[in-house]
Write a new protein. Sequence first.
Lengths: 179, 194
Amino acid sequence: MNDLLIAGGIGVAFGAALECAGLGDPPKLAGQFYLRDFTVLKVMLSAMLTAMLGAFWGGRLGLFDSAAFYVPDTYLLPQLVGGLIFGLGFVLSGLCPGTSCVALAGGRIEGAATMLGLLAGLLLVGLAFPAIESFYRATPYGPLTLQGLTGLPYGVVVALVTVIAISVLAWIAKREARP
Amino acid sequence: MKWVRQLGISALALGLGAPFAGSSFRAPQRGLDLDSIARAIDQGSDHVSARQLAEWIRDRRPGLRVIDVRSPAEFRDDAIPTAENVPIDQLAKSHFAPGQTIVLYSQEGAHAGQAWVMLHSLGVTQAVFVPGGLADWREEVLHPSLPANASTAERAQIEALSHYFGGSPRIGVEQGGDMASATQTGQRPRRRGC
């Protein structure tokens, strides 16, 4: 019960942050795909940066055990196909699952339409699961991480990702400053 | 714009400091901690009865994860409800969060006991196993024989649990010669396997 309350609180905060960033607005999200609007990239990069630095330094300072974090397994081929389908739905509707909830809460009808499609898709996949299960479990690689793939120490990967993310963010800021 | 720049600079500082900060993981606990294993076995905190597990599943115990360590084919054939299949060769690659209660079971318990030692050596200390495995589940939960000396309330409890999982208690099994003597001495007949 307590866990549910905490999860609910985090979820509300997450939704509020998405709304503040303007991610409840489908044209804004679709704009990312046409390179007209870089809000999605900015939100994603800054969120990843914050989470990565928090996870690294929190673990380093002993606030929690970083080894206990759940890293999802990689199934290369099914996840590539799934990612493509996801992206197609994303650009078509201008919303992803999280932002569709935010859009609906913000009173946008597109949010309801996207969530309806999302739930219908879940149902379809659930019904078709016995037929697609072998593909669902194809090309398993277990939990992959950048440091595991490159063999670099965790701290070096953190530094590299930070430099890349900050450079991209600075580039976007410069681009937006231009009239 | 100014504080955005400051945020960026502090993020950069934290990121660039990371390579020199050492490991963010606590000292790995790999390796066998024989003392703690012996203590757990001695105190019986290494296992859980099938009936107890059934009550946990029914009561939706928070953080409960039931792991079937048999092969996927066996798992498809028959399994304990809510269980997930993690064959023994996949076990070391799996992740178990500290807050979870991991319950391992196999066909008759031996593999689950071995899996328990494997997980212990990986530092997963919150695991237990079902000593009689799926065989116990069938005998104690799905089709339990109601003990003759049990109170009505106790019988009702066992019956309710069995019905909850779609089984039915075997009534009147006690009259069989072998079973009867076993019931009288308060001991159950030797079960198959481990």
